[in-house]
Design a protein around this ligand. Structure first.
Ligand code: AR6
Length: 165
């Protein structure tokens, strides 16, 4: 089941939340900053031990002080107009995050809108990518949550989900 909520992803008591990180995995602004603040310094240490993550790939750590058991860190593409492989890289982010989740027995997972903040990916296009990959994994998980931070984003997700249902 795919569900849309408007929430701070750090408040969600799911098995895994996904982080829209950068290649250093050492934290930053946006959802990344919020997750690191809520999880505590142990998360930064765990990420430091991993040593970074290329764009499109994903890595997993414990959630430490978060209600979520796991954090799956993925690095979305920076929007450069759309002809620099951004859609394929964003697809890879979602797929690699789902694959890591399944490998770790996760059945409830929440995603932020990867790349649509600081990285500038247009929300409609990014939501089309996100929901497309979610549909292809839907049967293998109990609950997939699209965690929106604004009401406008929530509406885009709801429209996209109803159009693909
Ligand atoms: N819960 C849910 N969604 C959130 C939260 C939150 N607490 N905070 C922000 N968002 P962004 P990106 C939404 O910029 O575009 C960081 O500095 C936000 O409104 O967090 O992938 C990293 O370190 C937007 O819809 O991630 C990287 O350097 C979405 O999360 C860079 O930003 C993604 O926005 C990654 O940029």
């Amino acid at each position: 089941m795919i569900k849309v909520v408007r929430a701070d992803i750090t408040s969600l008591a799911v098995e895994a939340i996904v982080n829209a990180a950068n290649e250093t995995l050492l934290g930053g602004g946006g959802v990344d900053g919020a997750i690191h603040r809520a999880a505590g310094p142990e998360l930064r240490q765990a990420c430091q031990n991993i040593g970074g993550c290329p764009t499109g790939e994903a890595r997993i750590t414990p959630g430490f002080r978060l209600p979520a058991t796991w954090v799956i860190h993925t690095v979305g593409p920076v929007w450069q107009g759309g002809d620099e492989g951004e859609p394929e890289l964003l697809v890879a982010c979602y797929k690699n995050s789902f694959d890591l989740a399944l490998q770790n027995g996760v059945s409830t997972i929440a995603f932020p809108s990867i790349s649509t903040g600081a990285y500038g990916y247009p929300i409609e296009a990014a939501t089309g990518v996100a929901v497309g990959v979610m549909r292809s994994y839907e049967d293998r998980l109990k609950e997939i949550i699209c965690c929106c931070f604004s009401d406008d984003d929530r509406k885009v997700y709801e429209l996209t989900i109803s159009a693909t249902g």
